[in-house]
Write a protein that binds this ligand. Structure first.
Ligand code: SF4
Length: 342
C-alpha cells in the first residue's frame, strides 16, 4: 500500500445517523491512509457514504451522528478533539472545498470580506494590509485578478466562484485539502481547468488532496491512489493505475463499465440500486447486485486480500480457498436453483 508516512489515518471508522426508521450505517469499518502531498480519490454512487466520510474527517458530521473507530490526523484523534481543537484543525490543517460554490459564498459579502473573515477567524491580530496581501497572493494562484477583489459573488461565473472557494480554502495553507465534488456544477472545460489548477497547487504547496467524486475520469486525471466505496464500505483501494488496469472487486469492474458505448450509443449500467443503509444486506452489501455472488457472500463480510502490490480488495472471490465452502464459487443464482430443486 502506501509507503509514505500518512498525515491522516482512518481506522475502522463507523458513522451512524439517527433516522425515524432506525440508525443508518452511513460509514462502516472504513480504513484509509493519506500521505503528505498525495492525491487520493474517493469514488462511488450517490449515498455510498463518501461525503459523510469527508465531513467526519473534519469533525463536521451533524450532532445526530454517532461514531466509532479512529481518525488520526498527525497522530491526534479527530473524534476525541474538543471544539477548540476542531476550530484549530479546520482551515489551517484541513481545508474543505464544497460543491455548489454559490450556496457557500455569502451573496451579501464582497470577496475581500470573505477572505478577511476566514483569516481573522484563525489569526485575529492580522493587520489589514497583511490580509490584503495574502488574499491577493492566493487569488493570483487561482487566476483571479486583483481588480475583482471588491466584487460580489454574483459578479463571477460558476468556474470563477469555484476558484474563489479554492483560494479561500488555500489562504490558510492547509496540509490536507478535501474537495467534495468540486466540479459537479461546472462545464467540462472549466472542470478541466479546475483539475489542472488543483494539481498545480498541490505540487507547488505539497498539499495532500482527498478528491470526493462520482466521476472516475476525474480520479484518473487528478489522483495517485483511489478508494471505491459501496454502501458505506470500501470495496477496493489502491494505486489508480493498478485499479483501472485490473479492478479486483466486481463493483469496481461494473463501475468502470458503466459508460456510454460510442459505437452502440447504449448506456451500460449496474442493475438494481444501492441498499437502504438502515437495513443493509448481510454479508457483502453488494451481493444483491453482484454478478459473481456466491452463497458465502450473503452470510459473511468479505475478507481483505491483496491481489497485487498497491491494491486491496474486499471480496470473497479473492478469498482463500479454504474459507470458501466446496462448490461455493458457483454463481449465487445456481446455488438458489439447487436449493429449490432439493
Ligand atoms: Fe460479489 Fe461476493 Fe465479491 Fe461481494 S464478496 S463483490 S457478492 S463476489
Amino acid at each position: 500500500m502506501n509507503e509514505r508516512e500518512p498525515i491522516l489515518s482512518v481506522r475502522d471508522l463507523r458513522v451512524w445517523y439517527g433516522t425515524a426508521k432506525g440508525a443508518a450505517q452511513a460509514v462502516d469499518r472504513v480504513s484509509l491512509d493519506i500521505a503528505a502531498g498525495e492525491a487520493v480519490g474517493l469514488v462511488g454512487e450517490s449515498g455510498c457514504g463518501k461525503s459523510t466520510l469527508g465531513r467526519a474527517l473534519m469533525g463536521l458530521t451533524p450532532n445526530s451522528a454517532a461514531h466509532d473507530g479512529q481518525i488520526l490526523y498527525r497522530g491526534q484523534d479527530v473524534l476525541q478533539m474538543t471544539k477548540r481543537q476542531h476550530h484549530a484543525l479546520r482551515g489551517p490543517e484541513i481545508g474543505l472545498i464544497f460543491q455548489e460554490p454559490m450556496t457557500r459564498l455569502n451573496p451579501l459579502m464582497r470577496i475581500n470580506d470573505h477572505f478577511e473573515e476566514t483569516l481573522r477567524a484563525h489569526e485575529p491580530n492580522l493587520g489589514r494590509e497583511e490580509i490584503k496581501r495574502r488574499s491577493l497572493e492566493t487569488l493570483g494562484h487561482v487566476g483571479i485578478p486583483p481588480t475583482r477583489f471588491h466584487q460580489y459573488p454574483h459578479e463571477f461565473s460558476g468556474g470563477m466562484r469555484q476558484r474563489i472557494m479554492i483560494a479561500l480554502a488555500l489562504v490558510l495553507k492547509p496540509k490536507l485539502l478535501i474537495a467534495d465534488e468540486p466540479t459537479t456544477s461546472l462545464d467540462v472545460l472549466v472542470e478541466a481547468q479546475i483539475l489542472r489548477l488543483l494539481k498545480d497547487l498541490q505540487s507547488e504547496f505539497g498539499t495532500a488532496l482527498l478528491m470526493i467524486t462520482h466521476n472516475l475520469g476525474i480520479v484518473a486525471e487528478a489522483c495517485d491512489r483511489m478508494a471505491v466505496m459501496y454502501a458505506g464500505r470500501v470495496a477496493e483501494d489502491g494505486d489508480v493505475g493498478s485499479v483501472f488496469a485490473n479492478p479486483g472487486h466486481p463493483y469496481t469492474r461494473e463501475l468502470l463499465h458503466s459508460t456510454i458505448s460510442l459505437s452502440t450509443r447504449e448506456l451500460s449500467h449496474i442493475p438494481g440500486s444501492p441498499p437502504n443503509l438502515v437495513t443493509p444486506p448481510q454479508g457483502c452489501r453488494f451481493h444483491p447486485r453482484c454478478p459473481d455472488a456466491m452463497q458465502i457472500c450473503t452470510q459473511k463480510v468479505p475478507v481483505t486480500t491483496h491481489p497485487q502490490p498497491g491494491q486491496r480488495v474486499h471480496c470473497w472471490r479473492h478469498g482463500p480457498d479454504e474459507l470458501i465452502p466446496e462448490g461455493g464459487k458457483a454463481p449465487l443464482q445456481q446455488e438458489f436453483d439447487h436449493v429449490d430443486e432439493a
